[in-house]
Design a protein around this ligand. Structure first.
Ligand code: SF4
Length: 478
């Protein structure tokens, strides 16, 4: 039997990792075990990833956010890559994918595994192509060698583009934007040049064996995701999805955990359809969506176009959202872009959790609203998704300490502050200062653990106050 989370769950055993994610999500460990056993949730936790604080991805748990980092041929160095990992975790990424294609890939990956408290994902195809020199020179042996090495290094999940088949290629002929997945375009070129079936599909059973040995989770790549609204939900996309459903079931036979990647560019009125179809075709395996972008017209603002789709996808049942930064389609993101992208996606994920009435999800909103109504500015900053941003914006017009007690801000000004006017009117009625009688106890909220940062070398800004103290009980870092 494989030594994986799903194998243990199927055998009725609750692992240490299941206990930990149950604690983080305020769930019963048996509930976690059941969801892992039936493939409805995954705990990406390679046995060689010692720095990991385990987390869970599944539609019945808090919606998670992934951040992509990685170098390219034009920008590359170890320290910068480590800073990007720090920034991603600091701004709240639940998982990080290293999509590097530049130099020092091995050193960077090992450093990432050593330092990352969140699961690390990769696309081994990229390293294989780099080593082969060109897509046409890839071999199945080289692919397996790279996948095995990365599994040994401690990578927790890998995108495997095994679902795009030779017979799907003709279905993309009428598309406006062809094949936009990097991995998909490489595999398509290989199949066309060689006249053979997808090499990753050919060796899929061998990949399952490697994953079973190291407990690597599949992230089945959507090579034929639409790259424009015009191509959304077309025959090519859904033909590949059918294959991903078959590959999901095959991986489960090996006791390997699976999540499935999704689009892309999808208009708002078809986002839920995408989630529902994936859930049906893939028997409830967690759906991990990129966006989707709900319009194509806003390069420079695609963290917004896509966060709209991501929020809708989360509400419809997507389990993890892959962030998009303002640099999407335009360039490699810098730290500020990572911050903007993660803020947009944490909002989308949280909005989805609130809409789905996840236990305690709205407590955070309520606590912040109470602080706002009581003009408790410091508490408002402390609870803000991005405390530094909230404090900086307030300080831009009202920097003095005395304004942290003020019953107005510069938005409406002292005479037109509606909350002050409202409070004063109530005070006249009641003859005393209005104060909220019951306040949300965030520390004992069932959402509190979800908002905590992973245990490790990072803290999430939403949980750290101005003095560097954790805002929520039990936060731990070093
Ligand atoms: S001035 Fe306007 S924005 Fe500022 S606290 Fe009062 S009501 Fe809110």
């Amino acid at each position: 039997m494989a030594n994986t989370q799903i194998a243990a769950a199927r055998a009725g055993r609750i692992t240490e990792e299941m206990h930990r994610v149950a604690e983080r999500e305020n769930r019963d460990p048996e509930f976690v075990r059941e969801r892992v056993a039936d493939g409805q949730a995954v705990i990406p936790a390679n046995r060689n990833h010692d720095a990991l604080d385990p987390m869970i991805i599944g539609r019945e748990f808090a919606t998670k956010v992934n951040a992509n980092i990685g170098n390219s041929e034009t920008t590359s160095d170890l320290e910068t890559e480590l800073e990007k990992l720090h920034a991603a975790v600091h701004y709240g990424a639940d998982t990080v994918m290293d999509l590097g294609t530049g130099s020092d890939l091995d050193d960077i990956r090992e450093t990432h595994v050593d330092h990352s408290p969140v699961p690390l994902g990769t696309v081994p195809l990229y390293e294989a192509v780099k080593r082969a020199g060109s897509p046409e020179d890839l071999t199945t042996d080289l692919l397996l060698e790279v996948i095995e090495k990365q599994a040994e290094q401690g990578v927790d999940y890998m995108t495997i583009h095994a679902g795009i088949l030779a017979e799907h290629l003709a279905l993309t002929d009428g598309r406006k934007t062809g094949i936009v997945s990097r991995g998909g375009s490489i595999v398509a070129k290989w199949m066309e040049e060689r006249g053979e079936q997808n090499p990753l599909f050919q060796v899929y059973d061998e990949i399952c064996e490697i994953f079973a040995e190291h407990d690597v989770t599949f992230s089945l790549g959507d090579s034929l995701r639409p790259g424009s609204l015009a191509d959304a939900c077309d025959e090519a996309q859904y033909a590949e999805l059918d294959t991903l459903g078959e590959l999901t079931r095959r991986a489960w036979e090996y006791d390997v955990q699976v999540m499935v990647e999704g689009p892309g560019h999808v208009p708002m009125h078809r986002v839920a359809e995408n989630v529902e179809r994936q859930q049906e075709v893939c028997d409830g395996a967690p759906f991990y969506v990129l966006g989707p972008l709900v319009t194509d017209i806003a390069p420079g603002y695609d963290h917004i176009t896509s966060a709209i789709g991501a929020a809708m996808a989360a509400q419809a049942g997507a389990a993890m959202l892959c962030y998009v930064t303002p640099k999407e389609h335009l360039g490699l993101p810098e730290e500020d872009d990572v911050r903007e992208g993660l803020a947009a996606y944490r909002i989308a994920a949280h909005a989805g959790d609130v809409a789905n009435e996840r236990p305690g999800a709205r407590d955070w909103d309520d606590a912040l609203s109470e602080a706002r109504y009581e003009f408790d500015w410091r508490e408002q900053f402390r609870l803000a998704l991005d405390p530094d941003r909230a404090r900086d914006y307030h300080d831009q017009t009202l920097p003095g300490d005395n304004y942290k007690e003020a019953r107005f801000c510069s938005m409406c000004g002292v005479d037109f502050c509606s909350m002050r006017i409202d409070q004063d009117a109530r005070d006249v009625e009641d003859g005393e200062m209005t104060r909220l009688e019951t306040k949300t106890d965030l520390e004992s909220s069932s959402a509190a653990e979800v908002n905590l940062p992973p245990v490790g070398t990072h803290d999430s800004p939403s949980t750290v106050d101005a003095d560097g103290e954790s805002a929520l009980e039990g936060a731990s870092d070093d």
